[in-house]
Write a protein that binds this ligand. Structure first.
Ligand code: SF4
Length: 330
C-alpha cells in the first residue's frame, strides 16, 4: 500500500524548476546498478524509492526473479557438478518456493492455490529454458550471490553478482541471470551499464578483471556477452561519478524532477506523482519543464590507483572465493 510521503516529498515539492527550496536530503549510503538506473530513468521515483523508502508492492515479475535466482543459487550451492541435473533443478525450485511462499512478497500478489501452482509452473518453464542455454555440469562457479563493495572516491559502490565462474585458464566470468525480456538489439548497449559495474567491482575487490560478463535472459533464451576493457572501465567510473554528483545536487536542492516515460505504467508511485499519466485522484498531470538528469559527459579524472579497496577485508571479513585461498596466486 502506498502511503503519503513526508512533507519533503509531496507532489508540490517535487515540482519542476521554480518550486520553493526543500530541506536537504541525506545521500544514499551506497551506489548500486539499480540506483543508477532508477535515478537516470526518473529522479522523483528514485527519491521515493531510495531516500523516502516508500513501500513498493512486489510485482509478479520481481517475485519470479527472486524465485529463479534462489533456485539457481541452490542448484549450484553443493554437490558434484554432474549432479546438477534437470531433476535436481526442480528440487532446487521446490526448495526455493518453500522459502518464499510464506513471505509478504508472495502474499502481496494475492494468488490462490491455482495461481501459485501456475506461478511455479512458469518458473519451471524458465528453468527448462535455462538448461538450453547452459550445461550446469560444465560450469565451475567460485562465487554465488557475491556481495561486493569498493570505493570510488567518496562513493561506496555495491553490487551483488549472481554467479562468478572460473574458466580452465583461471580467468573469471561474471554471470547475471535475467528473468525479464531481453533488450532489443539497438538498446542492448544501454542495458550493459550494470555489466560494467559488476566488472569494475570484480576487478577492484578481487584484483582481476573478469574476461567476460554474461547476461543470461532465461525467457527469451538470449545471452549477451560483454568483454570489459580499459575504456569500458573508464566509462563506468565516469558514469558512476556523474550520476553520484547529480544525486548529490538533487539532495542538496531537493529538486528531484519527475521524468515521465513508458516506465510510468509500472511505477509504484503514480498516486503521488504530480505528472503521472494515470493519477489516482483523476486530476490532470502537471507539465514538466524539461528533463532533469543529464549524465556528466565531460571526462572525469580517474581516481588514484588503489582508491578502491576491499571493504570486507577492512571490516575483518576477508573475501575468499570457493576453491581458492585468501591470496590468489594469480
Ligand atoms: S509516475 Fe513516472 S514520472 Fe512519476 S515518479 Fe513514477 S516514473 Fe517518475
Amino acid at each position: 500500500m502506498i502511503t503519503q510521503p513526508s512533507t519533503a516529498a509531496t507532489p508540490s515539492s517535487a515540482s519542476p524548476a521554480g518550486a520553493a527550496a526543500e530541506p536537504a536530503l541525506s545521500l544514499p549510503s551506497t551506489l548500486t546498478p539499480s540506483k543508477i538506473a532508477k535515478f537516470i530513468s526518473c529522479p522523483l521515483a528514485f527519491r521515493y524509492s531510495y531516500l523516502e523508502r516508500l513501500p513498493e508492492p512486489a510485482s509478479p515479475q520481481q517475485v519470479r526473479g527472486t524465485l529463479l535466482h534462489r533456485a539457481l543459487q541452490l542448484l549450484y550451492s553443493d554437490g558434484p557438478a554432474d549432479a546438477r541435473t534437470r531433476d535436481r533443478a526442480e528440487d532446487a525450485l521446490d526448495a526455493a518456493w518453500s522459502e518464499l511462499a510464506s513471505t509478504d512478497e508472495v502474499s502481496e500478489l494475492g494468488m490462490d492455490e491455482r495461481g501459485e501452482a501456475a506461478f511455479v509452473r512458469e518458473a519451471s518453464g524458465l528453468l527448462e529454458r535455462y538448461f538450453a542455454l547452459e550445461d550446469p555440469s560444465s560450469v565451475h562457479p567460485v562465487g554465488l550471490e557475491l556481495d561486493l563493495r569498493a570505493r570510488l572516491g567518496d562513493i561506496e559502490l555495491r553490487g551483488i553478482i549472481d554467479r562468478l565462474d572460473r574458466l580452465e585458464d583461471g580467468s573469471l566470468v561474471v554471470i547475471d541471470y535475467k528473468t525479464g525480456r531481453a533488450p532489443r538489439a539497438d538498446y542492448s548497449r544501454a542495458s550493459l551499464g550494470g555489466v560494467h559495474f559488476y566488472a569494475f567491482l570484480c576487478e577492484q575487490v578481487l584484483g582481476r578483471r573478469p574476461r567476460e560478463v554474461r547476461l543470461i535472459y532465461l525467457r527469451d533464451q538470449v545471452v549477451i556477452v560483454e568483454s570489459p576493457t580499459d575504456q569500458s572501465m573508464r566509462g563506468l567510473r565516469q558514469r558512476a561519478l556523474g550520476v553520484w554528483h547529480a544525486i548529490e545536487r538533487a539532495c542538496r536542492t531537493g529538486d528531484f524532477r519527475p521524468n515521465p516515460s513508458p516506465l510510468c505504467k509500472s511505477c509504484a508511485f503514480q498516486a503521488l506523482c504530480p505528472v503521472a499519466p494515470n493519477r489516482a485522484d483523476g486530476t490532470r498531470p502537471m507539465a514538466v519543464a524539461s528533463p532533469t538528469v543529464r549524465e556528466r559527459t565531460a571526462p572525469l579524472p580517474a581516481p588514484p590507483s588503489g582508491d578502491a579497496r576491499l571493504l570486507g577485508a577492512a571490516h575483518g571479513e576477508p573475501l575468499v572465493l570457493a576453491g581458492e585461498t585468501a591470496s590468489p596466486s594469480d
